[in-house]
Ligand binder design. Sequence first.
Ligand SMILES: [Fe+2]
Length: 298
Amino acid sequence: MDNRKIDLPPAQFGLPYDCEPTLNDAQVFDFCRKGYLILEGVVDDDVNRRMMAFAAEHTDHQPLELLTEEWFVEGVFKNPQAAGAVRSLLGANFKLPQTLCNHRADGPLPPQDWHRDGGSIYNNRIDYLQVFYYPQDTPPEMGPTELIPGSHFMRSKANYMGHIRSVKPVKSTASPAGTVTITAYPIWHRRGRSVLPGVRHLFKYNYFRTAEPRRDWVIDPEHDFSWPDMSEVEPHFEQFRCGIAAAELFSWLCGEQFSYVGGTGWPCEAPVKPGLCDQEGLPAGLRRFAEAGIAELA
Ligand SMILES: [Fe+2]
């Protein structure tokens, strides 16, 4: 393996960075459930064009020269919408990526095996995020990354995962140029089948947490956490299991104590949501009503 070291001039890579958070309570909870957030076309066209020109000239797996290019760091790593989402999930003064790689896929190609990337930690915390950036339009025919919603909670050995051929549901990250996809690192994924000739570029990099977790994203004081909608990602799980794991993860992000009370306690969903009360088991800091969890009736 080529393990060469490149000495780059001093730059901002790997340093703490802060910006305004952009995600609200519902969006952070949704990330906890699904394990991904797709921000379509958020990078400027000019930056995308420069990236494509750069990628044509630099075909290596780790084009680290980008780390010292201000137009790249500002336009991609510090992109206001992408970095704002990262800020929401990792807290203030998160660390910018220290490195990156370009997953070039020279189509046509069969799909990859399902896998999670090496180095995954399974716990109910978000201390680091894996992010993908497409500088070009990446339709289904070009083999965009596919994700299994909620699979960041599914603990399976890589050698078993590779044998899985048919999975439903799958989320394709097919999207226009400038799309940034933020993922929980252990999410199951693969490069999809590409049927077109030509190179698909996918830049991949990690951000890291420095702050203690607390609920300091875009707060919606009216948001009702009780009986959340748990549709879409449950099919892979025993009923409610993904939601319970997501609730524990979300509680950790809020700096709240989570204690699953079982049965129909938080976060198990219900087709009909009771009105003015908080669901049993909802952490104290997420409640809208008094200690008893019931609205005071005047
Ligand atoms: Fe991968």
